[in-house]
Ligand binder design. Structure first.
Ligand code: FES
Ligand code: CO
Length: 330
């Protein structure tokens, strides 16, 4: 089995670990690339992300309490403030010097697209640009961050794969799709995403499920799907009437075999459809993928010979080649 979570290169990427709205008053615990982290809002309202381990006797800081932005460890009450600095050691009295090693080694954090993004190391690149986020014609819809009991590489492989649609997505949009996948040409889609475009006739969620509760309407759509290394996939669906539905599919490794999944939607619709109705359909598609992937054991083999590939696997094979090169795990 390939262990990828300890790859140094993966520590230089940004990962969404929570929705901004998930971070409340009290500390929030999350596991990223095999490491437990704590997130809280510091005294200035900025997010602080640090290892979920008190430097004193290693209690999880996430079971501590925050007041006025200061996190007090639940074990002996050491207090941590802005930038994770230790600001109080109650047992030493108010005037004692704080040991320099008592400060928390914080990680970089950004709030973007409604999500909290963490980079455990020195970022090699920024969060990918979704140009429509600044376009007033588009609205953005966020969804929950959900753990999937499967590895992140299997998820990316799945999100780049069209050939499973008529088999896995029969309950949503896949029933009408021809299982014969057209030859796919890979290209740079824009500055940040590399992938492919194709046309498909599929059951249409927007005029089917959303308005009448039926998915029978078959509608032509142009799609383009691409990846941003290491583990982000974007899929854009364009309907003939000009409607665009963009999905950012984020797979954040908890560890080698577990992943946090969230997706963000941008749409240039007239806002007449209730967001919940739109998301419900995309959630149902995700649930179909999750049910399949959680039945597949282990992580995706990263060597060229570990699994059999055919023509329709070309996009995921290219992603896997680059992921293996990046992580040195080919
Ligand atoms: Fe945190 Fe002692 S373990 S203060
Ligand atoms: Co799928």
């Amino acid at each position: 089995m390939t262990n990828f979570v300890h790859s140094e290169a993966l520590r230089t990427a940004w990962y969404p670990v929570a929705r901004i709205d998930d971070i409340g008053e009290q500390p929030f615990a999350v596991r990223l690339l095999g490491d437990d982290l704590v997130i809280w809002r510091g005294p200035t309202g900025d997010l602080i992300v640090a290892p979920d381990r008190c430097p004193h006797r290693e209690a999880p800081l996430s079971i501590g309490k925050v007041s006025n932005g200061e996190l007090a460890c639940a074990y002996h009450g050491w207090g941590f403030g802005a930038d994770g600095k230790c600001v109080s050691v109650p047992s030493s009295g108010p005037d004692a010097a704080i040991p320099p090693t008592a400060h928390l080694p914080c990680m970089q954090v950004q709030q973007k697209y409604g999500l909290v993004w963490v980079c455990p190391g020195e970022p090699a690149a920024d969060i990918p640009t979704i140009a429509q986020d600044d376009d007033p014609a588009f609205r953005r819809l966020n969804t929950e961050v959900e753990p999937w009991a499967t590895s992140a590489p299997r998820m990316v492989d799945n999100f780049l794969d069209i050939s499973h649609f008529p088999w896995v997505h029969t309950g949503t949009f896949g029933s009408a799709q021809d299982p014969d996948v057209p030859k796919l040409d890979l290209k740079q889609l824009d500055d940040d995403f590399y992938g492919y475009a194709y046309d498909v006739d599929a059951a249409n969620p927007d005029e089917g499920a959303a308005s009448s509760g039926s998915t029978d309407a078959i509608v032509h759509r142009s799609m383009s799907t691409g990846f941003f290394l290491p583990l982000i996939v974007r899929s854009t669906i364009r309907y003939d009437d000009g409607l665009e539905h963009i999905l950012l599919l984020c797979s954040t490794p908890i560890d080698d075999l577990n992943t946090l999944f969230t997706f963000v939607v941008w749409r240039n619709d007239d806002h007449s459809i209730d967001p919940e109705e739109i998301l419900q359909f995309d959630r149902a598609i995700g649930a179909e993928d999750k049910a399949m992937l959680e039945r597949v054991p282990g992580t995706l083999p990263l060597s060229r010979t570990g699994v059999v590939n055919v023509q329709s696997d070309k996009p995921s094979v290219e992603w896997r080649r680059r992921f293996a090169e990046l992580t040195g795990l080919g």
